[in-house]
Ligand binder design. Structure first.
Ligand code: NAD
Length: 416
């Protein structure tokens, strides 16, 4: 069997490696560098910046190069052929790159997303996340438009670097799709660290160093040396030739079924291009689902249980249902604070909190929301509990090592 994969981000390259390990021949086509947005201008360089006290572009480049070499090694497989260039769909499982035609038994589109912007005067003056990752200095005043994941991560990083940071968020809460309790606590923690956050703020114009915005029909101005536009990402649909290839899509992404298959049999789409949860680990899992379907195999991946982490200071992480999503379900809620945790206090990381939502009658754990040090690590125990449908009584019986931050989760479970 032979498959074509378009895009070499975490969705594309991980699926290519997995396919080759199953003895499938792969043609991996990519216009951009190996690793896609995640490695080159997303998750990884952002995490490199998180670990610095000022922007060190050389170190950032080293981190990317090291990880890219690892992926290149993974792709050095006799079953994988790499093709550099822009792919154009020709219909069915046929693709053209620079005048050369490639055909296969199945095709997986994994071309990711690009930064979105606002239709306001001066929008082009703002940097997107890629521009921010290439800044070689610390602006004294940074204005961030959008209090979502990207906006708050850069707000935290540049506040730590010493910038005066203002975040302008359109919705009434930052991280609007997260548990409201969590987003309110994060906002308070960021404000305590000196970040100015304006919610329900509508940005109307960027004019040189001035960002104009309105709130409750009043007009305001924020002066900034640098403006970050972080109002979301949109699927990279433009150049694929989807219309001619007969593939159904909307501006939000390519339409797929539960097996990640498009309306054209044998053609699949995974990751940001499908417009769902724009997370690297979701793209990889969707790639595995598509590959399993191509191979006629079943899997147990549960796409309703996706851990997500935001690398603010403090970190937040979440899995399962938010309290708002539990409408109609009788729930019990357990909360615990980091300041009651020995390891957190001893290590000076006592700013944090954990919330567990469980079904009132069965005790089944439905969702966990954490703010605090190592939230992005602790969340995976919660993901196991939610995915396996464990109830609070059984979860409480699992002995946890002391002193560890993971005991905060146990304390919240005990309180539910
Ligand atoms: P996002 O959707 O998380 O946040 C965009 C924010 O901009 C929202 O809060 C939205 O309300 C706000 N907004 C929209 N229009 C606005 C306006 N006119 N004025 C002010 N605010 C406005 O998108 P993002 O932060 O750009 O991130 C893009 C994608 O990348 C997301 O899907 C995100 O999950 C993903 N991502 C994930 C991570 C991570 O998992 N750690 C890190 C970076 C990006």
């Amino acid at each position: 069997m032979k498959i074509i994969i378009i895009g070499a981000g975490p969705g594309g390259y991980e699926t290519a490696a997995e396919a080759a390990s199953r003895g499938i021949e792969v043609i991996l086509i990519s216009e951009g560098p190996l690793g896609g947005t995640c490695l080159n201008e997303g998750c990884i360089p952002t995490k490199a910046l998180c670990s610095m006290s000022s922007p060190d572009l050389e170190r950032k480049a080293e981190v990317i190069a090291q990880l890219q070499a690892g992926i290149a090694q993974l792709m050095r497989n006799k079953l994988i052929t790499m093709v550099q260039g822009r792919a154009k769909l020709l219909g069915g499982c046929n693709v053209e790159v620079d005048g050369i035609q490639y055909s296969a038994d199945a095709l997986i589109i994994a071309t990711g997303s690009v930064s979105a912007s606002l239709p306001i005067p001066g929008a082009a003056e703002a940097l997107d996340s890629t521009g921010m990752l290439n800044l070689d200095h610390v602006p004294s005043r940074l204005c961030v438009i959008g209090g979502g994941v990207i906006g708050l991560e850069f707000a935290s990083i540049y506040r730590k670097f010493g910038s005066e940071v203002t975040v302008l968020e359109f919705c009434p809460n930052v991280l609007p799709r997260f548990d409201i309790d969590l987003s309110k606590r994060l906002k308070a923690a960021l404000v305590r660290r000196g970040i100015v956050i304006e919610t329900s703020a509508r940005v109307t114009e960027i004019d040189g160093n001035t960002v104009r915005w309105t709130k409750n029909d009043k007009s305001f101005e924020t002066e900034a040396d640098c403006v970050l536009m972080a109002v979301g990402r949109r699927p990279n649909l433009g150049s694929l030739n989807l219309d001619e290839a007969g593939i159904d899509y909307t501006p939000k992404g390519i339409k797929v079924d539960a097996n990640m298959q498009t309306n054209v049999p044998g053609v699949y789409a995974i990751g940001d291009i499908t417009g769902g949860m724009m997370l690297a680990h979701v793209a990889s899992a969707q790639g595995r689902r598509a590959l399993n379907h191509i191979c006629g195999e079943q899997d147990g991946i549960d796409f309703s249980v996706v851990p997500a982490a935001v690398f603010t200071v403090p970190e937040v992480a979440t899995v399962g249902k938010t309290e708002e999503e539990c409408v109609g379900i009788e729930i019990k809620v357990g909360k615990a604070n980091y300041r009651a945790n020995g390891k957190a206090v001893a290590s000076g990381q006592s700013d944090g909190w954990c919330k567990v939502l469980a079904d009132k009658s069965s005790g089944r754990i439905l969702g966990v929301h954490i703010m605090g040090a190592h939230a992005s690590d602790i969340i995976h125990e919660a993901a196991v509990l939610v995915a396996l449908g464990v109830n609070t009584k059984n979860a409480r019986d699992i002995i946890h090592a002391h002193p560890t931050l993971s005991e905060v989760l146990l304390a919240a479970i005990a309180a539910a």
